[in-house]
Write a protein of this length. Structure first.
Length: 317
């Protein structure tokens, strides 16, 4: 319709009027395209927020690692969460467990009941059986029992899927923090199955520098490094004495502690040549944590944390 109107106008225009007609056509065309631009913005919902978050990421001068994908803001340990983490330019945190068919899935608990629509033992089920579950079934961010993401096809991902997405979308500074949850529930010998598959996947995706494997004991770090010395391990403990003991192990690249412990041991961690990670960071303790100057922080509400950090920085400028 617009092109027909334009043709009729041009047929009636001569000389200088042609320029006026062309100007009219340009204005009308721009006006006609405006709804598409607005629709495109709607389709790219959150892009403004994403650019702002990247700005915050640079502002806080530390590596922000959404705990389990930011479990208070998105369904924990899901691709739904990780895709948004990567778009926001931050690092990933994944809890892993082995399956009955020898693969690795990303889930925190030994069983699926807390997050999914059925309660199954992860180690007793295959990947296919676990993927049939609704991984966002119990996600209730407002705690009003509305469960906004039920039935959206959000699955328990495999570690292979998460690594592949990380490789394709990550920012240069981002890391992948992997917590081997099986070490808490199974014998040390049983963990060897998990370790073998984990190292295989890290090698397949060439993530030797970016993948940081959290362990709870030095012998676990040694078990991983004996398989491949390129593995990078990190240690986490809520106990001050345990964090100090971990300083003597030369192959930990980061040592993680909660906010209350960070102020007591951060200088020693840094003096030992290791990076400082602080977990459980929120708006309420951000100012204290910032004074420790950590290399990375973990947060259940990372978007809220970044917004607060930005606002506080502006207020102090």
């Amino acid at each position: 319709m617009l092109s027909q109107i334009t043709c009729r106008l041009l047929q009636r225009c001569t000389g200088l009027n042609v320029l006026l007609c062309l100007l009219f056509f340009t204005v009308v065309s721009a006006s006609a395209q405006k709804p598409d631009v607005e629709n495109d913005k709607a389709r790219r919902s959150g892009n403004h927020q994403i650019s702002e978050v990247r700005k915050e990421y640079r502002l806080v001068r530390t590596d922000v690692i959404p705990h389990r994908g930011g479990r208070a803001e998105f369904p924990e340990n899901t691709m739904y969460a990780y895709e948004r983490n990567l778009r926001h330019g931050v690092s990933l945190d994944a809890d892993i467990r082995r399956t009955r068919d020898g693969d690795i899935v990303v889930i925190h608990d030994e069983t699926t009941g807390r997050t999914c629509d059925k309660d199954l033992v992860v180690a007793e089920k295959t990947v296919a059986e676990l993927k049939a579950l609704d991984a966002a079934y119990k996600f209730d961010p407002k705690r009003d029992e509305t469960f906004p993401l039920r039935g959206r096809g959000i699955e328990i991902p495999t570690l292979d899927e998460v690594l592949a997405r990380f490789v394709s979308q990550r920012q240069p500074e981002a890391i992948l923090w992997i917590d081997t949850k099986d070490d808490e529930d199974y014998s040390f010998s049983d963990n060897q199955i998990l370790y073998d598959r984990l190292i295989e996947l890290i090698g397949a995706h060439n993530l030797w520098n970016e993948a940081h494997i959290e362990v709870s004991a030095i012998r676990e770090a040694e078990a991983l490094r004996n398989r491949d010395p390129r593995i990078r391990t990190v240690y986490y403990s809520a106990k001050e004495d345990a964090a100090r003991d971990a300083l003597s192990y030369p192959h930990f690249v980061r040592i993680g502690v909660p906010p209350g412990t960070a102020a007591k041991v951060a200088k020693q961690i840094r003096a030992s040549g290791k990076m400082v990670h602080v977990s459980k960071v929120a708006r309420s303790n951000w100012l204290d944590v910032r004074s420790v100057e950590p290399n990375s922080v973990g947060s259940d509400r990372y978007l809220e944390l970044l917004e607060f950090a930005h606002s506080n920085s502006n207020a102090s400028d």
